[in-house]
Design a protein around this ligand. Structure first.
Ligand code: SF4
Length: 448
């Protein structure tokens, strides 16, 4: 008899990119749906094993299935082990989901996974209904469970997206966007990085395997492939080989990567563009050098980043820059400097994100209350120059200013005010019932 796993990614009415931020997850204020690559990898390993079988219940891909329907669906399924993929923003609801599953099926075996559960391990053991807490990336855990040896990103199979309703993984324009990894983690050592905290040392995937991944996604009809590497162009020679093979094989697909932008030179950019690159995402983080040094964040000087953004723009490649607002050291002046830096670098898209730390060293008895429900933020008591209210005001203001300056006031109203207001209204609707999944489902149905 095969052992059957049910892998579940719940949805609670708020769009979360669950494998972002080292699998703490990032709340998105848009409608695009990202797959959870480690979950797909884990499902693929189980599906290919002679001794196991797998069912994937991705609520995001099932028309954003609400929690009460998800619970009924889980109860109707026959399986040996249930894995719940958690995130920081949803962990209180995830824990309640586990409790409800165990309440309706006391004999079920429920595992929780995701970086947040490694912070909460002690609390979960003492207070939750979960039978097992997986504190490492799910695909690595499942790889060892099935193969009885450790695996790296190079041992992962080509992700089998046919195990899920993958056509639901679309970007904001409705294009099917699937993800793969040519590497995992990062050799840089920014001290706030949630990726290196979870993934450890940098791992690389062989070119031939990456090519197999690309072919597989293209054969399924992926319109965009997003490399979920943290530092895609870390190994330039490897990237050149991948691009050259894509060109030689005539693979026609648009793709996106995230990287340290000053690692891209003209020759590489030309090749990547020819191979289908449409967007480069990169972190700038702060316009204040001292703050970057405090966090050992070496993203390169602003002039170089500005020059490379222009070079990419001239080749027709879009750029998206990430900035962090609200470092404990931030003042009104440094926030303004970060805004001026963004204006100078002049990327096509920007994201000003609130600083949040996932490093809880020295903090004892961490409980789920430390993670703010459905926000990209924690309640960690940090000595900050700016209050949270001031930080959020600054983010709203400079995001709107950037859009107004780069596009127009109307777009700024739509993207930075209307969408955000609707999002906050939805959060307010469910904020009081994060642990009452029936009430949450009822309220979410009202706003659908
Ligand atoms: S460059 Fe990015 S991925 Fe690498 S350590 Fe710094 S924050 Fe993490």
């Amino acid at each position: 008899m095969k052992e059957v796993f049910l892998l579940v990614r719940p949805y609670y009415g708020v769009n979360i990119h669950t494998d972002a931020q080292g699998e703490y997850g990032t709340v998105l204020h848009s409608n695009d749906v990202f797959p959870d690559l480690p979950l797909i990898n884990a499902a693929t390993i189980l599906n290919q094993s002679e001794d196991h079988d797998v069912i994937v219940l991705d609520a995001y891909a099932e028309n954003k299935m609400l929690p009460d329907t998800l619970l009924k669906t889980i109860a109707s399924m026959s399986c040996d082990k249930i894995v719940i993929k958690t995130t920081a923003a949803s962990v209180r609801s995830d824990i309640e989901l586990v409790r409800r599953i165990k309440m309706s099926s006391p004999d079920s075996y429920v595992i929780v996974s995701g970086q947040v559960v490694s912070d909460l391990e002690d609390w979960l053991k003492a207070n939750s209904a979960a039978d097992q807490i997986v504190t490492e990336p799910l695909d690595k855990y499942i790889y060892r469970y099935v193969n009885h040896r450790n695996g790296t990103v190079n041992d992962m199979p080509t992700p089998d997206y046919s195990l899920v309703n993958y056509r639901a993984y679309t970007d904001d324009n409705g294009r099917v966007r699937l993800t793969i990894q040519a590497s995992r983690s990062c050799p840089m050592h920014c001290t706030y990085c949630p990726y290196t905290k979870y993934y450890g040392a940098y791992e690389s995937r062989d070119v031939d395997k990456v090519m197999e991944d690309i072919r597989s996604l293209v054969s399924l009809g992926a319109e965009i492939i997003q490399f979920r590497d943290q530092f895609f162009t870390c190994d330039k020679e490897k990237v050149k080989q991948i691009c050259q093979k894509m060109i030689d094989e005539g693979i026609k697909v648009s793709w996106i990567c995230e990287t340290k932008i000053n690692s891209i030179d003209e020759e590489l950019a030309k090749l990547m563009k020819k191979a289908g690159l449409i967007l480069v995402c990169f972190g700038v983080e702060s316009g204040n050098k001292e703050i970057l040094e405090t966090y050992n964040s070496n993203k390169g000087d602003i002039d170089t980043q500005k020059r490379i953004v222009k070079m990419l723009k001239d080749k027709g490649i879009l750029t998206m820059a990430f900035y962090i607002i609200g470092f404990p050291e931030d003042t009104w002046e440094t926030v303004h400097a970060t805004y001026r830096c963004a204006e100078e670098i002049d990327s096509d898209i920007v994201a000003f994100n609130e600083y949040t730390t996932f490093y809880f060293d020295g903090k004892e008895n961490i409980d789920p209350g430390i993670f703010r429900p459905f926000e990209n933020s924690t309640n960690v008591d940090t000595d900050c120059n700016l209050s949270r209210d001031e930080i959020r005001y600054a983010i709203d203001l400079i995001s709107a200013m950037y859009t107004a300056n780069h596009d127009c006031l109307e777009k700024s109203y739509t993207f930075n005010h209307k969408i955000m207001s609707e999002y906050r209204k939805n959060i307010a609707m469910i904020a009081g019932c994060v642990e009452d999944l029936q009430l949450m489902s009822d309220r979410l149905r009202q706003i659908r």
